[in-house]
Ligand binder design. Structure first.
Ligand SMILES: NC(=O)c1ccc[n+]([C@@H]2O[C@H](COP(=O)([O-])OP(=O)(O)OC[C@H]3O[C@@H](n4cnc5c(N)ncnc54)[C@H](OP(=O)(O)O)[C@@H]3O)[C@@H](O)[C@H]2O)c1
Length: 249
């Protein structure tokens, strides 16, 4: 089906697991074309209805590779009318110490800082700028996935991770101001403790202090991402929505 048939397109990074996996399922269910980006090659046994033409193999830690991916995405979208309704910057890395502990400001090696900032912060701005024309053509929506760790010290999330997410939250605000006049909304979601592989052992202790007393599910996060890319949020821009069962209070 082509975009002239009214099908919307989303570019989603980090679709292979966790929150990204739930998000691709949510958008597919609503009939969107989902272009996924991750380091893995296209899986022939892909669990949602997509072909290799909807997957881009890219290492977001490599700026050159991100540039190539942007060209490739633009090329693939062009074939269907050059419009992009949504970009979701979901891929993220959160390096930990061997036992899952927090990497602090004293010991985190500089190469780890650089990798974390490249994947969590620079890749989102490179993708957003690179796909600006297509997003503007569709009056599209950008969602950046930040974290509760961006606004408070977390027992397991490292310093580089936390500061990269704080920077991404701030970038969301700046981009909302810059992209808004072109009809593009830019928002962030800040998950708390969501049931995925990124969590460290010991998270069950944190859960005891969360007002809702449970982990969030990836589907609950995907629902809010979908809301922010849908017409139901047409006057929401520059927001960062907490998805954390009340953990931030
Ligand atoms: N889970 C939580 O509780 C939680 C809380 C707060 C914020 N978040 C944020 O939510 C987002 C998703 O988290 P998650 O828990 O679903 O993570 P996850 O299960 O660890 O999945 C991370 C995704 O990012 C992709 N990715 C990682 N490095 C990449 C790279 N260099 N290039 C391309 N893709 C890369 C992975 O794909 P490949 O390995 O296939 O490349 C994978 O699909 C992240 O931004 C995370 O910081 C999560």
């Amino acid at each position: 089906m082509s975009q002239s048939d009214g099908r919307k397109t989303i570019v989603l990074t980090g679709a292979s697991r966790g929150i990204g996996h739930a998000t691709v399922k949510r958008f597919s269910r609503e009939g969107w074309r989902v272009i996924t980006c991750s380091r893995q090659a296209f899986a022939e046994n892909c669990p949602w209805p997509a072909g290799p033409e909807d997957h881009i193999k890219v290492d977001l830690a490599d700026p050159e590779d991100v540039g190539l991916a942007v060209s490739e995405i633009r090329h693939r979208i062009e074939a269907e009318g050059g419009q992009l309704q949504a970009l979701v910057n979901n891929a993220g890395i959160s390096p930990k110490l061997p036992e899952g502990g927090r990497m602090n400001s004293f010991d985190t090696p500089m190469h780890v800082w650089r990798d974390v900032f490249q994947v969590n912060f620079f890749a989102p701005i490179m993708l957003a700028r690179g796909l600006f024309k297509e997003l503007a053509a569709a009056r599209g929506s950008i969602v950046n996935v930040t974290s509760i760790a961006g606004t408070r010290v977390h027992p397991f999330a490292g310093t580089a991770y936390a500061t990269s997410k704080a920077a991404l939250g701030s970038l969301t605000r700046e981009m909302a101001a810059d992209f808004g006049p072109h009809g593009i909304r830019v928002n962030a979601i800040a998950p708390g403790e969501i049931d995925t592989a990124i969590l460290s052992p010991g998270t069950d202790k944190i859960v005891e202090t969360i007002p809702l007393r449970r982990l969030g599910s990836t589907a609950e996060v995907a629902d809010i991402i979908y809301f922010l890319c849908s017409g139901q949020s047409s006057y929401v821009s520059g927001a960062e929505i907490h998805i954390n069962g009340g953990q931030h209070v």
